[in-house]
Design a protein around this ligand. Structure first.
Ligand code: GEK
Length: 241
């Protein structure tokens, strides 16, 4: 696994974060060292898929990156005659994802689309995973994306939504942010890397509170919405149609 050193030397001007080739190359290392509980989230994708994927339906991975969540649902999907659709709008990510799926022997079971998830038409879905992707969609457009997902889902189907969140209480926000920075330091990121990455993401990754997510999911048409897993300021929500 190639080590993420993108922000290790001082930049005169930190540019807005983009999912380009330099990011795609180090992505597995970057996400593992930046998102507390990432490995558990991916294991939970397999568990939720096993519980919710219905025979002959579809599973979607929206914001698939290199296909970690796609691969976590692929075995169950194949056994149940389900088609998996993986979507990402970064060509760099999609190219590498294609290689990963082929190396894992899952290329035929997955339809990989390079498109914006705002344009994806979800159909006949019993399981949709959107891990750490809604946070990159403008806030005003998030409800429409979720309503579209809910509309394309079978009764009893599940959406697993994982997000970095913020907190209404400023003290809680500060505590969680400090702990997240400590988590990154413990994983070998320097203070310079942490602060430059933070600047790069400032206008790109917009967090909301858990309540905002839960309320929006209910409005979008999900009947039960509950927390599946949380590690610091990262949460996975299970929303059942
Ligand atoms: C994982 N789910 O490993 N349309 C499609 N893709 C998008 C859009 C968009 N509008 N905006 C961002 N992306 C993965 C991790 S990463 C999370 C997901 C992170 C894509 C973007 O190209 C990137 O690959 C992914 O969403 C977010 O479980 O980097 O924090």
């Amino acid at each position: 696994m190639q080590r993420d050193q993108i922000y290790s030397s001082e930049c005169d001007l930190v540019e807005e974060f983009r999912f380009d080739h330099s990011v795609a190359k180090v992505f597995p290392d970057m996400i593992q060292r930046s998102v507390p509980g990432y490995g558990t989230v991916i294991s939970l994708v397999a568990v939720v898929a096993d519980n919710y994927l219905q025979n002959g339906t579809r599973g979607y991975d929206l914001g698939a990156s290199l296909g970690a969540s796609t691969l976590a649902m692929a075995a169950t999907a194949q056994q149940r005659g389900c088609r998996v659709v993986a979507v990402d709008n970064s060509t760099a990510m999609v190219e590498r994802c294609r290689e990963n799926l082929a190396n894992a022997g899952r290329a035929a079971a997955v339809e990989l689309c390079c498109e914006d998830i705002r344009d994806t038409v979800v159909e006949n879905a019993s399981f949709v995973v959107m891990n750490f992707t809604l946070q990159f969609i403008p806030v005003a457009e998030r409800e429409e994306v979720l309503t579209g997902i809910a509309r394309g889902m079978r009764h009893g189907g599940a959406l697993m939504l994982s997000e970095k969140i913020c907190f209404e209480d400023p003290q809680q926000q500060q505590r969680m942010e400090e702990l997240h920075h400590s988590f990154k330091r413990a994983n070998g990121y320097s203070d310079l890397e942490i602060s430059q990455k933070r600047t790069a993401l400032e206008e790109v990754l917009i967090t909301e509170t858990l309540d905002q997510h839960v309320e929006r999911l209910r409005r979008a048409g999900f009947s039960t919405v509950e927390v599946l897993f949380q590690a610091l300021n990262f949460v996975s929500i299970l929303a059942v149609r």
